[in-house]
Design a protein around this ligand. Structure first.
Ligand code: SAM
Length: 351
């Protein structure tokens, strides 16, 4: 089955599904300090509903699935869901993004159920700082989770780090150096403006260019071609076992190559992370609509996928500005983002 093309000739074959909006961490850049009102349980899609959507999506060309959240391992019996998805003919890649807290407990079960690999979000190796960033997390638990994932064969393990100025940017080098001895893909992702008041964006934002120049200060990097690398650009230190990836959703956006749709835990299809547009599948799912109506809605979300997001970062002397639709918003003295979507944290959208 060839993948469906959107209005800009991009083949859409990747779906990221959020299976819960709950999380067992409260990362300061991902969740507001006052917390988030959880979606009522009855609003969250059941595994049966999810599998129905995925079967239809696969029929029109989706081949790659990533499970995310909230924290996906918080959802009961996630291994069962993985086995159900794995059983859908036509899925070529099934992975999961996690904070790693429950990995030690579940890695083997997940691998047995058919999960291919995991991405682990980790922003500091320093126990106190990790606790501060996650509002209470224990780094040792995550490190044990990484070992368990490796042992269970959930590889290659990708470690996603979001460098934030003055918070963890002094650890960029240490994260990069892990690749000298461990077979990980350490990926640096730009901090995005998802409306967390406690951390001022863009003062805390660090571009991939800056991150890369810090890494290059440690030794020469050679570009590495990785098949299906997605938005990351990969490099390797001489003699390293692992690789280093850079993901620049803001400074050098990759919308032209975007092949994904997102499904929120409560059943809304989002064609673009940065766009407000959502297509709610739940009324059709729960209102007895036939599969071809669900298929029509999925196709519609592909049709309305925007060409790209309109957030541009401009540097003007020492100030950073955000450009939206060509209008300059003064970001230096407190950013005003009025776009509804950007006020929603990632944990709510489904990262
Ligand atoms: N709980 C899982 C985890 O921690 O990986 C999955 C959900 S979490 C929302 C997914 C990813 O979103 C994490 O890697 C996190 O670092 C990232 N994230 C959250 N807010 C972000 C922001 N403002 N900018 C960049 N990445 C962000």
């Amino acid at each position: 089955m060839s993948s469906l093309k959107d209005g800009f000739q991009r083949a859409i074959d990747y779906m990221r599904i959020s299976i819960t909006d709950r999380c067992n961490l409260r990362c300061i850049y991902c969740m507001p300090s006052e917390g988030i009102k959880p979606v009522e349980h009855k609003e969250i899609l059941s595994y049966e509903e999810l599998v129905r959507i995925l079967k239809i999506a696969v029929n029109i060309g989706v081949k790659k699935i990533r499970i995310t959240g909230g924290e996906p391992l918080m959802r009961r019996d996630v291994a069962h869901l993985i086995a159900l998805i794995k059983n859908i003919a036509g899925i070529k890649d099934l992975s999961l993004t996690t904070n790693g807290v429950l990995l030690e407990q579940y890695a083997e079960e997940l691998a047995k159920a058919g999960l291919s690999r995991v991405n682990v979000s980790l922003d500091s190796f320093k126990p106190d700082r990790y606790r501060e960033i996650t509002r209470g997390g224990d780094i040792d638990v995550v490190l044990n989770g990484l070992k368990a994932a490796e042992k269970a064969g959930l590889v290659p393990i990708k470690i996603n780090m979001v460098p934030i100025r003055g918070l963890n940017d002094d650890e960029i080098g240490e994260f990069a150096k892990i690749t000298l001895k461990a077979p990980y893909q350490v990926r640096f992702i730009e901090f995005m403006p998802f409306g967390i008041k406690d951390i001022k964006w863009p003062e805390k934002y660090i571009s991939v260019d800056e991150i890369k120049s810090i890494v290059e200060g440690l030794g020469p990097l050679t570009p590495v071609k990785i098949r299906k690398s997605g938005p990351a650009r990969y490099f390797r230190f001489d003699g390293a076992i692992g690789v280093i990836g850079f993901i620049s959703p803001l400074s050098n956006h990759f919308c032209g190559e975007c092949n994904r749709l997102r499904l929120t835990a409560d059943g809304k299809l989002r064609p673009c992370l940065f766009s407000e547009t959502e297509i709610d599948l739940k009324p059709a799912l729960r209102g007895g609509a036939p599969d071809d109506e669900i298929e029509r809605l999925i196709k519609l979300s592909i049709e309305v996928k925007p060409e790209g997001h309109n957030i541009r970062i401009q540097k003007d002397r020492n100030a950073l500005y955000v450009m939206r639709n060509g209008l300059k918003e003064n970001a230096h003295h407190g950013l005003r983002i009025t776009h509804h979507n950007l006020r929603r944290p990632m944990s709510k959208i489904g990262g």
